[in-house]
Design a protein. Structure first.
Length: 169
């Protein structure tokens, strides 16, 4: 169990500019973004699609898988355009400074950028105040999360809650 936890820590915290990331070890690749879902498909097909282990690119130490060679070529030409915001973690979690979750099938493109959510409830909560939540998420991502270790950041924020955190209904 301890070793399994270490593998997730390493997958989510590469020593590169993309840190932390919602990545897992899969099929011999150390860090696969969004469990292998094709990040280009959100933009070109308007839906999430699984990528192929045979069609992939490594960007900043993170493996991205694609459903087609055309998607790979688009990504290779302009990777920043297709990167999920907040490392692919749930955008609503980042509102609370917590890099956690992120389901490839719950997403939105806002102002030309891809945002992943931890489920429909997270997306619904985020959409209650998109502008306000974007402001908070950008603030916490820039000040606390980006470049940090996801495990330590999660632990910190689960103990020391952000001022706007409310419980209950």
């Amino acid at each position: 169990a301890t070793l399994a936890g270490c593998s997730a820590l390493q997958a989510q915290n590469p020593s590169s500019a993309l840190k932390p990331v919602n990545a897992v070890a899969m099929d011999g690749d150390e860090r696969v973004m969004l469990q292998g879902h094709d990040v280009v498909a959100y933009f070109t097909q308007g839906k999430h699609a699984p990528g192929s282990a045979q069609i992939k690119s490594v960007h900043e130490g993170v493996t991205f898988r694609f459903a087609s060679a055309e998607h790979k070529a688009l990504f290779d030409k302009e990777p920043a355009k297709y990167l999920p915001q907040y490392g692919g973690y749930c955008a609503n979690g980042i509102v609370y400074g917590i890099p956690w979750g992120g389901d490839a099938d719950t997403w939105r493109i806002i102002d030309g950028k891809l945002y992943i959510f931890g489920g429909q409830g997270s997306l619904d909560a985020f959409e209650l105040d998109v502008a306000g939540n974007m402001k908070l998420a950008n603030q916490f991502w820039a000040a606390e999360v980006n470049g940090s270790n996801s495990f330590w950041q999660r632990s910190k924020r689960l103990v020391l809650r952000v001022p706007h955190y409310k419980s209950g209904e």
